[in-house]
Design a protein. Structure first.
Length: 198
């Protein structure tokens, strides 16, 4: 069975070479593989150090290493105290994937399937910075977030999260350490769909 994945749009799985007799079995296999891969994707997300660190709230520690071990992402990014910034991501990742067989010529030995997957653009658009419109904190995890040198991890009434503040002057060296996050999880989703079909 040959599966071609559209790497650009992250939204299609197509061109599964099958015989007409086993077409239904192949369709069921693709459905099962897609659902298994989705469950694996959700596990990858929940087990990711960035997810676990943000889940820990403003009193967590920097287990992702993005801040060089100082403070935590929740207070550094500036989420409001009590906010659940991961809820929207969980909702998008758990959304049922649409799997559709595309009719082909009855003489053809090719059956095509289209599977709608979450895109990183959708996830980035759903995760705006709490203090700067037009930017995504999830994308910032991968590309970098400025301000680490001005960040103090301490309890403050002026802090959004209650545990971190930004000073006007730079007080330490070091830079934010980018790490692969949602984009890597989505790439792995595609690989797993292909692998689980085999």
């Amino acid at each position: 069975m040959n599966i071609k994945i559209n790497q650009n749009a992250l939204k299609k799985i197509e061109n599964a070479a099958v015989g007409p007799i086993i077409g239904k079995k192949t369709e069921q296999s693709i459905i099962r593989a897609t659902r298994e891969a989705q469950q694996k994707m959700i596990q990858d997300f929940e087990n990711h150090p960035v997810t676990q660190e943000i889940d820990s709230g403003p009193e967590g520690y920097n287990q992702s290493g993005t801040l060089g071990g100082y403070g935590n992402l929740y207070s550094f990014i500036g989420f409001e105290e009590g906010m659940d910034p991961l809820a929207v991501i969980r909702r998008l990742l758990k959304k049922a994937l649409t799997i559709r067989a595309i009719p082909s010529n009855h003489k053809s030995m090719i059956m095509q399937f289209e599977v709608t997957l979450p895109s990183k653009e959708d996830l980035f658009n759903a995760t705006p910075m709490p203090w700067q419109s037009g930017r995504s904190w999830a994308e910032g995890i991968e590309r970098g977030i400025s301000g680490l040198g001005n960040y103090i991890n301490r309890t403050s009434f002026s802090s959004r999260s209650g545990e971190g503040v930004q000073t006007k002057n730079r007080i330490r060296g070091g830079q934010f350490r980018n790490t692969k996050y949602l984009s890597a999880i989505l790439v792995e989703l595609q690989k797993n769909i292909y692998k689980f079909i085999q």
